[in-house]
Design a protein around this ligand. Structure first.
Ligand SMILES: [Zn+2]
Length: 376
């Protein structure tokens, strides 16, 4: 990286794009006309002048599909939230609609949100782990939507997936750590909370502690061990900010799925793509439209699906799975996506059966029981 370490304010002032673009594009062996084109496009993007050209021929899912097929769309960023995991049976941890907070009375919390508050957790970790046990998914089975993102990766079209989810399903679907920005952290790993120690623990280790109802303690220093999810009162992972600055200025298509775009700073990402970059929202309802006041103040960047000035934002109102399947169909990838889901789910099921058989053997139960699963 050409990036010299420096204060982030300094970078902000002298356009981060100008520092970062050349390092990556040097791969493409730019010279002469191509270089002029590159600079023109860079400046128009940086200065927000790219509104003249409408990239999509139509503000519909078909228009998006044609754009992807055109070959001009090489760097797709996905932004995803809890809505992509609901069909996997995973409750939205923080959403008030799940009735979760109403269910917390038994833990004697000073106020419901305390269960996710870092200061409270460090003093009273028990309620959080009791809740984690209660909500622990019976199975980690990624959805059609997760596998659609995996297909984008396999086809070399995925720049990155920015997820608000902590359920590790993106990883279970085959995305690697470098493909992902888990903006609110992940259950996949845990760490000792002691700044001097920070020993890492795996999901299996944590799961065993949660299910045996022991507060997880560090084997090295006996301090508390906490899943790497971001609690209220904690900062987002540094990777969120550094990666965002590299990714968003060169995004060709933003696909936003299953998020109400209510939580900052995640929600603000939609305005970080270049002005001419198309944005597709697949969600049960429209979201992300900026209000009139913010528009007047010049804080543009909100979604605009319907106004006379709409030129790049597309909404597809459906579940994330249906939306992804519809898009896959238009791209001619439907059979491939269905096959990928079928294969991967069969693999997960057979692994689950093995794990359950192992557990049954361990508990010395001689009789063979068919593996039962709530979600089946
Ligand atoms: Zn420790």
């Amino acid at each position: 990286m050409s990036d010299a370490p420096g204060s982030s304010e300094e970078k902000e002032a002298s356009s981060p794009d100008l520092q970062e673009e050349p390092s990556d594009s040097s791969e493409d062996d730019i010279s002469g006309d191509a270089e002029m084109d590159f600079l023109r496009s860079l400046f128009s993007r940086t200065l927000g002048l790219g509104t003249g050209e409408k990239v999509l021929d139509e503000l519909t899912l078909d228009g998006v599909a044609r754009y992807i097929q055109s070959g001009k769309c090489k760097d797709i960023i996905c932004m995803v939230g809890a809505g992509i995991s609901t069909s996997a049976g995973i409750p939205d941890f923080r959403s008030p609609e799940t009735g979760l907070y109403a269910n917390l009375q038994k833990y004697n919390l000073p106020y419901p949100q305390a269960i996710f508050q870092i200061d409270y957790f460090k003093k009273h970790p028990e309620p959080f782990f009791a809740l984690a046990k209660e909500l622990y998914p019976g199975q980690f089975k990624p959805t059609v939507c997760h596998y659609f993102i995996r297909m984008l990766k396999d086809k070399g079209l995925l720049r990155r997936c920015y997820s608000q989810n902590i359920d590790t399903l993106e990883r279970a679907a085959g995305l690697q750590e470098e493909d992902l920005v888990e903006a609110h952290g992940t259950f996949y790993t845990s760490h000792c909370v002691s700044f001097l120690c920070r020993k890492e623990y795996t999901l299996d280790w944590m799961k065993e502690k949660i299910f045996s109802e022991q507060v997880p303690k560090c084997e090295k220093c006996n301090d508390l061990v906490k899943p790497d999810i971001v609690f209220f009162g904690e900062n987002l992972p540094a990777r969120f900010f550094t990666t965002m600055k590299m990714d968003f200025p060169r995004c060709d298509l933003l696909i936003i799925m299953g998020t109400s775009l209510q939580v900052q700073p995640f929600a603000s990402l939609v305005s970080k793509v270049p002005k001419d970059t198309p944005r597709l929202l697949i969600n049960m309802e429209k979201t992300g439209q900026s209000d009139a006041l913010m528009g007047m103040l010049g804080f543009g960047g909100g979604m605009d699906f319907d106004s006379d000035k709409a030129y790049r934002d597309v909404v597809y109102l459906s579940t994330c799975d249906d939306g992804c399947m519809a898009l896959a169909d238009l791209l001619g990838w439907k059979a491939e996506l269905e096959e990928l889901v079928r294969q991967e789910h069969a693999l997960i099921d057979s692994k689950d059966k093995k794990d359950k058989a192992k557990t049954a053997n361990q508990s010395a139960a001689a009789e063979e029981k068919p593996a039962s699963n709530k979600s089946e």
